[in-house]
Design a protein around this ligand. Structure first.
Ligand code: GDG
Length: 530
């Protein structure tokens, strides 16, 4: 029996309360000040030379052929920006799938390349995956099984044994590459559901490492998770990590309950941890966020204002109210429901015909999978049908802009939109909601937000839209369009204050602090050493 298990229950409660108070204090401290620089400083001071190895399916920098020459670009998204900061500050390595067509022309046989390409500070270790590996590990077990399993969207998860075998094999390749890159005592930071087995494999290969995995999507309740034919292996793989992070306490609780039901283990609900086979995994929540200041600066720059004017002109949106959706074209995002509500709005409030256009920006995603092809076809059909039924002259009710855009090109859209709709059926966090809040000025803009997103817990001043209730969704559209500017500004101010303090660097710093505390404890107690 370990010390925590011997402790008097009251003492345990007191300790749990102290830890909660400490976490709340830290959140406030961090909230005021977290920036790229404070994160860098924190990591430099507290990691004390300890190296960091990151791992994710997607790479932060991609090399590609263009017109006979090799170019590179950055992967979009707030998460890769914060992780890039951490990697730079720690002189780290980052293990990932090399997906660019010129990736190995640059990285060579070792798969190693120094990045950022214009001012190298750390090493990217690219893994070359065959098409069969991608199909089984990425399209198959990750996106046709785990993704629908973890989201309540009524798309049935598909478990194929060969996909599972490939997923295991690719996770083993990641673990081996990480073990090769990690110096003694390094901290390993794993991203997401693609790498669920890596923590356990690493514990076997390299017990000296401290590993943390952040799960970017929801964790379902135990009734749902129990259908997974490989549930024990997946749970055991995750419990190989020292810390498991989720966006919400609710997801963390679901995970603990699932473990309680499926595996022999000891749950500590006060300290939020699971002990199994002499190893303890802390289960914590860290709501992810965006680089508020960078987005605000970009949106406030004169260039964004000019770009917004050009977009209005080019797309025939001058003198119109504009609504916006920005999503990967994924069945969890509630896009068909959004279009249905839009049609209902124009029926119920015909005065908005000719005065309001909804712009849906959609990036095709996971296009090899039938469920994704089906949702894209459904979205296209609905847009065509709405336009065929309602368009008058130059005016259209909906504009579907399909295809990848640079983040720089998204910012003017956020800036010009009078309202932004995030209507996910289920979403771990949803960064688009926070990006819109960061980019829309002090003067207003209305966010319509599904309660089934993690973001809804923080952005309480958004208008709540239930994608399963089309009538009230249409009313929320109308309410947003009718909302006085003062009310918009007041709501937006509160949300901006939240996102600016709880930004992506606060998220990363919170996580790093727990990792460092734990790594220092390992040094003192040898807790997870064999
Ligand atoms: C997963 C979880 C969680 C979109 N279109 C373009 C583009 N985007 C960018 C957005 C945003 C990101 O993609 C989408 O992030 P979300 O959070 O909305 O959704 P997922 O991709 O499903 O992300 C989610 C997230 O992980 C982080 O933990 O919040 O719940 O599902 O940043 O701006 N970016 C560019 N061009 C586009 O056309 N450059």
């Amino acid at each position: 029996m370990d010390d925590e298990a011997r402790e008097h229950p009251l003492a345990r409660l007191v300790r749990a309360a102290e830890r909660a108070a400490e976490r709340a204090r830290r959140t406030e401290d961090l909230g005021r000040s977290a920036t790229r620089d404070t994160l860098r400083e924190f990591v430099e001071q507290r990691f004390k030379g300890r190296k960091l190895v990151l791992a994710s399916n997607r790479e932060p920098y991609v090399h590609a052929w263009k017109g006979g020459a090799i170019t590179w670009f950055r992967a979009a998204g707030g998460m890769s920006i914060a992780l890039d900061s951490m990697a730079s500050a720690c002189g780290a390595a980052w293990v990932c799938h090399g997906s660019g067509d010129a990736d190995f022309a640059v990285a060579g046989g070792s798969g190693r390349v120094r990045v950022p390409p214009d001012r190298p500070t750390y090493t990217l270790r690219r893994l070359a995956l065959s098409r069969a590996e991608e199909r089984g590990y990425y399209d198959g077990f990750s996106n046709a099984a785990l993704w629908p399993l973890c989201h309540v969207s009524y798309v049935r998860p598909r478990f194929h044994h060969p996909d599972w075998l490939t997923y295991q094999a690719v996770n083993a390749r990641f673990a081996e590459a990480i073990a090769e890159e990690a110096p003694p005592g390094a901290v390993v930071f794993l991203q997401d559901y693609h790498l669920a087995l890596v923590g356990r494999l690493l514990k076997r290969l390299r017990p000296d490492l401290t590993s943390v995995l952040f799960w970017h999507i929801p964790w379902p309740n135990p009734e749902i998770f129990r259908i997974c034919p490989y549930k024990e292996e997946v749970l055991d793989g995750l419990l190989g990590n020292d810390i498991l992070g989720f966006h919400l306490r609710y997801h963390a609780d679901n995970f603990m309950e699932t473990v309680g039901l499926e595996l022999e283990s000891q749950l500590d609900w006060d300290g939020l941890s699971v002990a199994r086979g002499g190893h303890r995994t802390r289960v914590r929540s860290y709501p992810i966020s965006v680089d508020f200041d960078a987005i605000r600066r970009q949106a406030d720059a004169p260039a964004a204002g000019e770009a917004a004017r050009v977009l209005r002109r080019v797309h025939g949106l001058e003198d119109l109210k504009v609504g916006l959706g920005v999503d990967r074209l994924d069945y969890t995002k509630g896009i068909p429901e959004r279009l249905e509500a839009l049609g209902r709005l124009f029926e119920a409030r015909p005065e908005w015909q000719g005065r309001f256009t909804f712009v849906q920006i959609g990036v095709p995603s996971r296009t090899h999978l039938e469920d994704y092809q089906a949702v894209v076809a459904d979205i296209e059909r609905r847009c065509e049908e709405l336009n065929a039924r309602l368009a008058q002259g130059r005016w259209k009710p909906v504009l579907l802009l399909k295809g990848h855009q640079d983040f720089d090109a998204l910012v003017p859209w956020y800036r010009l939109a009078d309202l932004c709709v995030v209507s996910s059926l289920h979403d771990g966090m949803n960064l688009v909601a926070k990006e819109y809040v960061a980019a829309s000025g002090e003067n207003g803009g209305v966010l319509l937000l599904s309660p089934f997103t993690g973001a809804a817990r923080e952005l309480e001043q958004a208008l709540s839209v239930n994608p399963y209730d089309i009538e009230s969704f249409a009313q929320a559209f109308a309410r947003a369009l009718d909302m006085p500017l003062e009310e918009q500004a007041a709501r937006m101010r509160r949300m901006r204050s939240r996102v600016s303090t709880r930004n992506i660097y606060a998220w990363a710093e919170d996580l790093c602090r727990d990792v460092v505390d734990l790594a220092e404890n390992h040094d003192l107690e040898g807790e997870t050493k064999p």
